[in-house]
Design a protein around this ligand. Sequence first.
Ligand SMILES: Cc1cc2nc3c(=O)[nH]c(=O)nc-3n(C[C@H](O)[C@H](O)[C@H](O)COP(=O)(O)O)c2cc1C
Length: 189
Amino acid sequence: MAVTACCKVPLGVNLNQEFIETMTLNTRLDTIEQSRALRDALGEFATGVAVVTTHSSTGEPVGMTVNSFNSVSLEPPLILWSVAKEALGYSNFTAGKGFAVHILKGDQQHISNLFAGCGADKFGQVKWHADADGIPILGDCAALFRCRRVQCIAGGDHTIILGEVLHFNASGAEPLIFHRGRYRSLSGD
Ligand SMILES: Cc1cc2nc3c(=O)[nH]c(=O)nc-3n(C[C@H](O)[C@H](O)[C@H](O)COP(=O)(O)O)c2cc1C
């Protein structure tokens, strides 16, 4: 049993205290309930949504939706995101020389759903072109970062990919937000 201390209160019970669920974990989640509770707590961190693209060893476009994107450093300009080991595109992202990160706009929920689909014909349904390195670039987004992969870092069932930003642009459009497992907008819908 990995849990060393566990004090759970049903959601919605008002105990006049700051936290409605507290759980102390060792190194593993033993039950679906613990896993759900950790996911829910992590989901309190609101993020943007991005589509990361690269190409396969045979030049095919590869892409997936992520919300693990974050900024790391300005000098040098570094960003990171993490890819699940079970993702179909895993080896393309961890072995490829570069990738592009497209920050999605508030009205691009359908693009997020498309690129979160497993094995779907993702690129047949969007406008895109290949850059000089063969990296797929989507036509429209809130911001774009073209990156050189500089490091892969072990992160449990994911691998953290560190990239150096080589080129970027930003449109000023409102971004798509992901919070508590749902898409949201900055205006609060
Ligand atoms: C909002 C959202 C955020 C996601 N973030 C990540 C992420 O950061 N890393 C990841 O590996 N998968 C993430 N996923 C899941 C992948 O998009 C999904 O597993 C996709 O099928 C992977 O594509 P592939 O298996 O064709 O490579 C996210 C999905 C959604 C909807």
